[in-house]
Structures are given as structure tokens and as C-alpha cells.
Write a protein that binds this ligand. Sequence first.
Ligand SMILES: *Cc1c(COP(=O)(O)O)cnc(C)c1O
Length: 328
Amino acid sequence: MLKQQTTPLQAIKHPLFKVHKIRVFVKREDLNNKEIQGNKLYKLDLNLKEHLKYNKKFLLTFGGAYSNHIAATAAACQQLNIPVIAVIRGNELANNLHKWSHTLLNAKRLGMEFIFVSRADYLLKQSAQFIYKLLTDYASQLNPELKQQLQDAWRHKQITLLPEGGSNDLAVQGFASLTAEIENQCANWTDLFCAVGTGATLAGLVANSRYQNQRTLHGVTVLNKADYLLPQIQEWISANRQYPTLNAWQLHHDSHAGGYAKTDAELSHFVDTIWPKITAETAIQLDPIYTSKAFHCFWKKLKNQEIKRGSTVILLHSGGLQGSSKNA
Ligand SMILES: *Cc1c(COP(=O)(O)O)cnc(C)c1O
């Protein structure tokens, strides 16, 4: 529905890969849709199908001012003609257009409407009280007609609530088409690396990938102290698994470089010096928050002899380049 092309599985080269007798590919999901780009496309796919099937009136979702999920949702809803309102963390942004990120400006251009809420209220966004306050007080940021339509839609249960990051069971199930595409392109892969924010993408890849004896999926956390993600990831996998036997999978906590959006000398060295050599022929750009950490983790494991000889490794490029673009 949203995917514009089968994305390339691109071979990358480095002398060290030869030494260790491994093959390495990048799955270029940064190219799956010009505007949506990346893993968010899969997380949205079934959620938006469901929204259309039940003829809901509004999609309501949540995020920060630089969120890739907000960017992707705005683009997807524009492409499918779905009215969408985003609840954005930080009420200092309301009526303050000159403080808006390029993510918000671009989403607005695509037709997304916004309600800005205080950081304190944002923390309570799962609660019934919050929704009440949102639809009464905060919704006054919308034009009066839209506010009324939103309240009516809520009363008639015609709003789809999509959590922050777009992560839920339908999001997890949405990765079935990606794992099938990867299987077609490379049936004998042994290791797959992806970045982990909420872990819904990792869960989707684990739940939907065909079992093979030697396979391991590697989720690389981009947050510090992200152990708390584990129970939710396990729950997503067991609720949505497609095969009786699961592939091995692991969370790696050694590559977040200090935490979300942080970097350190080792990561910078990888991004500025090593990766450009590996990708000299293909020039694959990485984002600083997610893909650079996931790919760096692979590199460290290779150097530590933790990738077996003969392995076929896939690095999932999950997009995120909108967040690092410097324009506007
Ligand atoms: C959101 C995002 C992730 C994290 O996805 P989760 O499903 O939340 O783990 C990874 N990479 C990029 C580029 C993202 O935008």
C-alpha cells in the first residue's frame, strides 16, 4: 500500500569481511517511499489499513518535535487521505512557529494538524484524564470547527489512537512483508542487525522471520539502560509470532554511546572514517540516532570475533534521514 519499490539488498565491502569470510548486505529501507522512509512504513501499514477499513474519522498520534514517526505518519496520511492530528511534546511550541523543527514544518505542509501539550501532561498521555483534557482544553489550539469534529468523532469512537513511535501489535505484524522480501532476496542470511528504540521493529523481524538453525537477530539499543524494553518486546513477539520455532535473538546494550542522540569518540570514528570506506562505492548515508549505532555494533562484533566465519549478515537501514537533514 505505502511501499513504492522493492528495496535493494546492497552488498558492501571491506578487507576485514574477506578476512573473516563473511558477506555483508545493507537492506535499503531508507528507499522504500520517498516521503515516509524506513521502518515506520511497516509500522503504519496495517494500522492505516485498519483505520480505513473501519472508516474512522481521525488518526490521533503522539511524538516529539523531531520524531521520525511524526514525519512518516504525516506523509503516509497525506498519501492515503487520512485526517491526522499529532499530539506534540512541548507546549512552548504552540503559537511559536519560528521554533518549529523542520520535521513539524514539513508535516504541516503535508496537512498534519498539531496539539502541543506540556511535558508533564505528555507523560500522562495514556490516561483517560489526559484524553479528556486534550479534547477540551488543549484542543482549543485547533480551529473551532475541527475541535468540534474531533470531539464528535471521539464520542462516536471514530478515532484511531496510534501510540508514540507507532508501536503496537499491528505494527509488529506489519513487518511480515519485509521479512518475506528479505527471504526472497537472500534465503541464507544468518545475522540481521537493526536499531532498537521501542523494540517493535526488532519484535516484528523476530516474529515474522522464518526459522533457521544458525540465525540470530541482533537488536541494538540506542537508549541508555534500555533493559526495561525486554518484557514488552517478548510480549510483542509471543503475541504475533508466525512460526512455531523462533530464531535466536539478542538485545545489545553496548553501542548507545551514552544514550539517545548521544555520541562518543568511538562512534564518531566509525561514522566519519570507517563507514565511508566500507560504503565508498554505494555512499549509504546513516542517521546519527539509530542506524549509525546499529551498524557500529555490527562492526565491533566483527572486530571482537563474535561473527562466525561464513556468516551472511544483513544490516537493516531503517531510515531516519529526515531527522538529521539540516535544511530549514
Ligand atoms: C523509530 C526508528 C527506529 C526504532 O524503531 P522501534 O520499532 O521503535 O524500535 C529505528 N530506526 C529508525 C531510523 C527509526 O526512525
